[in-house]
Every structure is written in C-alpha cells, then in structure tokens.
Design a protein around this ligand. Sequence first.
Ligand SMILES: [Fe+2]
Ligand SMILES: [Fe+2]
Length: 216
Amino acid sequence: MVRFGPSKSNTLEITDISASTKNILGLQLPTDPRWVNLAEKSLEEILTDHAWCEQKAASSCVSIIQRYSEQEELVRELSPIVTEEWGHFRMVLAELQKRNLKLGKQRKDAYVNQLLAFHKKGGYWKDRFLDTLLMMALIEARSCERFKRLSEGLKDEYLRNFYRRLMESEAGHYTLFIELAEKYIDREKVRLRWQEWLEEEAFIIGQLDLRGDRIH
Ligand SMILES: [Fe+2]
Ligand SMILES: [Fe+2]
C-alpha cells in the first residue's frame, strides 16, 4: 500500500513504524539495512554530509521564498523552516566539533542532482512550483527514513536519540511541503505528480551506490 498525504498524526505514525520501511511516507524503496553499518564506520563523513544537507535545506527554503515571494502563505510557512534547518546545521556542526572532526568541503550530491534532472524546466510556472515543493517533500521524506535507520541502528545511544529528534522534525517538514502544494494546486494533480516523483525517486535510490559517507 502506498500512503499519500499528510495527516495531523503523521509524526506519530512515523515514530510507531515497525521494521518495514516500505510504507514510510510513501517511499517505494526502503534503504538497504546495511547502510547504517556503513555509516557508523565513517562517522566524520556522514556527519559532514549531513551538515551540508541541513545547510542546503535552509538555503533551498530561502531561494524558494525569494522566487515565490508573492505567495504570502508560502512565505509565512517557510520562513520558520529556514531557522529550523539552520538550527539543525548548527546541531550537526556541534557534534562534529565535539568529536574534533572537521566540517570539510561540500560534496557533489548525486541524489539531489538526479532529482533535479526530473524537475520540470519550462512550461507553466505552477507546474514548476509544484515540482519544487514535491522535490523538497521527497528529500525530507528520504532524510526522515535515513534518520530513522540511524536512530535505530547506531550503537551510540546519544546519537540514536539525536537522530530520532531530527527524524521527527523532518517528518513535519515533509508534511508541510505537501500541504503547501495542496493549498496552491488541485489535490488530484498533486497526488498524480507525487506518484511520479515517488517512482522516479525509487529508481534513483535503486541505482545509486550504497555509500556510508552519504545521507542519501
Ligand atoms: Fe533538517
Ligand atoms: Fe527538513
């Protein structure tokens, strides 16, 4: 079964999810269970990659606000998310510093680049707007799924709790992006395009190398 659409209890559902990740947030392909073990072996790399993901989440929200500044509700709803994502960045940065690890350089993000290739480039602005919101929702959903893996599979109890809190936060973001899409665009259209994005994302995840130094 593919679940679609946000609900008020979304965060609760996620925290209650059992071993199978098949249905989390509608994602079609669960993460390979070996990923968390690989990630644990390259903590500096995974924390660095994660820090950049949070930074990019904040800057993407800023650029969406700039691009769609006339959409008042969008601006109102996304402004606090910028602060939240930047807060996440600072949290991950603190974990790196605590361990005497370095932030390091930004890496090429194959996952996001492949998603971007699927994003509509021309045509009606609302179709591109919809793709932007759904792509953001999808990255939040996959991040949430990966954080869940970390929150369950890491040996370090402190980091397990750290990722559990982040998982809940990203689940809320996923919901917000879908809700925003439904505010501006016909629900059926949103649903149909979301299905297309889910299929594309499963294909992308399926053919990316399983790397412990990448969140995605
Ligand atoms: Fe975040
Ligand atoms: Fe987020």
